[in-house]
Design a protein around this ligand. Structure first.
Ligand code: CMX
Length: 134
């Protein structure tokens, strides 16, 4: 079902303040920044081999990332696994008893279709299932 790790999401207070570390100090390829209105986040993507690092800055105090930052401070927020078919992956996860946050996929950054599994059913790790866009 899973193809690879698509990206690791990192919650940050400020993209502007964080980007230089990943882009300039670590030397990752900066792929661009996009607002994902549905998730109330601004997202910067950086490539590392076949995977990416996704920096997440909240755009509203109601953003899930704002709540995470308030509780934990900046740090790793989620792991996103890539699949060919997000709906099929959700059906399999549900059949195996996983607690789905999204029963139906939502629109993610860069044309992706995404859905989340609750961290309480994945040992404390917020898990994203992600189908690449075209
Ligand atoms: N990783 C691990 N645990 C997390 C977590 C995270 N990212 N976010 C919340 N939790 C834990 C909390 O610590 C809390 O645990 P305790 O009950 O033991 O204290 C529990 O989950 C409930 O958390 P909460 O702060 O009360 O927050 P909510 O229940 O309101 O929401 C969640 C939690 C995961 C359902 C919500 O954040 C969500 O729907 N996330 C999916 C969407 C998302 O994160 N979008 C941003 C990224 C978008 C993108 O990548 O494009």
């Amino acid at each position: 079902m899973l193809e690879k790790i698509n990206h690791i999401g990192v919650a940050v207070q400020s993209l502007e303040a964080t980007l230089p570390f990943y882009r300039d100090a670590l030397g990752m390829q900066y792929l661009g920044t996009e607002v994902v209105a549905d998730q109330k986040v601004k997202v910067a993507m950086l490539a590392i081999g076949e995977s990416k690092i996704e920096l997440l800055e909240p755009t509203s105090p109601e953003s899930p990332v704002a709540k995470f930052l308030e509780k934990n401070g900046p740090g790793i927020h989620h792991i996103a696994y890539e699949v060919h078919d997000v709906s099929a992956a959700l059906a399999q996860l549900k059949a195996q008893g996983a607690r789905l946050i999204d029963e139906v996929p939502r629109d993610g950054a860069h044309g992706t279709k995404i859905a989340f599994v609750h961290p309480k059913s994945s040992n404390g790790v917020l898990t994203e299932i992600c189908q690449p866009g075209h």
